[in-house]
Design a protein around this ligand. Structure first.
Ligand code: ZN
Length: 148
């Protein structure tokens, strides 16, 4: 990855950290997932409104570091309109990318900005936290989710 690309990715992450999208309570939410990362203090609730098998809407609330917040922001944008199966497939791609730095040829879209996180192992949990909460929510789990 070139330095210029790294810089662009950092700008996107900073933008979503300062102005998180979907950072609100979700009216009519049908599912809730919680994620807590004790290593960093990231603590989020992810709200999902399911319409059958489709994620009709998603939002999040909570607090944490810049990477965790930007990840939740981009994630809630990315999963809207996707089916439960598609969300899980996307999670698998994102998880692989964040832990190895490999960017799938297709499918991750803007989420590619987190590919560089694999160079900072301590931040991997930050980037993946909201995803664990989301998948738990989509699966209908009601217990809090920890990445530990
Ligand atoms: Zn964090």
């Amino acid at each position: 990855m070139s330095d210029e690309l790294d810089e662009l990715y950092q700008e996107v992450i900073l933008d979503h950290c300062k102005k998180p999208r979907n950072f609100r309570l979700l009216e009519g939410a049908t599912r809730l997932g919680e994620g807590y990362n004790p290593l960093c203090g990231d603590n989020y609730k992810v709200y999902v409104k399911m319409d059958g098998e489709v994620v009709a809407d998603a939002s999040f609330q909570g607090s944490g570091c810049c990477i965790s917040k930007a990840s939740a922001s981009l994630m809630t944008d990315a999963v809207k309109g996707r089916t439960k199966t598609e969300v899980k497939a996307l999670f698998a791609l994102v998880h692989d990318m964040i832990t190895t730095g490999r960017v799938a040829a297709q499918g991750v879209g803007k989420l590619a900005v987190f590919a560089g996180v694999h160079k900072f192992p301590a931040r991997v949990k930050c980037a993946i936290l909201a995803w664990h909460a989301l998948v738990a929510a989509v699966d209908g789990a009601e217990t809090p989710v920890s990445t530990e």
